[in-house]
Ligand binder design. Sequence first.
Ligand code: AQP
Length: 354
Amino acid sequence: MTEFKPLVFSGVQPTGNLHLGNYLGAIRKFVALQENNDCIYCVVDMHALTAQLVHEDMATQIRSITAAFLAAGIDPEKHIVFNQSQVPQHAELAWIFNCVARIGWMNRMTQFKDKAGKDREQASLGLYAYPSLMAADILVYRATHVPVGDDQKQHLELARDIAMKFNMDFHDKIVPTGLGIDIKVGEEPVHAYFPMVEPLIDGPAPRVMSLKDGTKKMSKSDPSDLSRINLMDDQDAIAKKIRKAKTDPDALPSEVDGLKGRPEADNLVGIFAALADKSKAEVLSEFGGQQFSVFKPALIDLAIEVLAPITTEMRRLMEDPGHIDAVLRDGSARARVRAEKTMNEVRDIIGFVR
Ligand code: AQP
């Protein structure tokens, strides 16, 4: 049985300062995956319009995310780094997926409920359709693996549902054109045009939580800057934010089970583990029984050690916007070739005349 060639795709929105959650949940995994995979990493600028239409500094934000990708160690020559709006095929496939996805599916998306808040009538249609564009971002390359934070799990399940419905609805068109590939869905071999994407959400900090509230996701849009560590924060800011991070009065436990019901402690141990490339159990074997007055300084040193070189390199790259734009133009040109191949096949499957 043939299978889809493994291909990694992921994206980050240019909606504000990148934070430690974006780094540990996404960008750090992007870097590791490029060793053994063909990878496409995208600054998803069209997604940035969904929650807020007008951005005074959109171009700078796009360059800043690109700088973070490069500073973290992504190789734009071996892989593809680009911004979504330069590849219009994403929007074209998203329209087709809008016609595949069912309103009932979209109504279940918790991110829409969270971001739209109480006044849903005033949310943009784009915010509602966001997961359909996200499915198109991935499937326009027929990508198979998507490294993301835990918050994106539901959207990836939707991408699978969209792929499956397209494959089933157009089955009679896919088979004679020979464009599909045999995949296994459960025990059944199915001739499919789009793969069933696999989320890659592992690691000790799949959802980094706010430093002020261990039950809330660390997020760019949190009004309190003390809730997150930004990738552009200097060493003093990192130290101050970790020192001020909410904790409880108890010492750290020696076993992972002891973190249950202690969201802030769990979060800081998870962050330490992810930054040190260790498991939470390993971190607790070192710090179990210690107070936060001992653990926090160690976390500050580690966070600075890991983040400072990235921050310095991001600042250096941001001084040469022409270079960043050239990287994005080159990546976009290469992405367009791949995306257009898929779109031609999709147009043929649907029966559009071309
Ligand atoms: N707190 C987090 N922990 C782990 N991973 C996270 N990601 C985001 N927050 C966390 C992951 O980062 C990638 C890029 O996210 P994004 O910027 O495209 O969108 P987002 O999830 O909406 O990010 P934010 O920071 O929460 O932005 P706002 O405040 O604008 O909503 C994704 O892989 C995401 O999982």
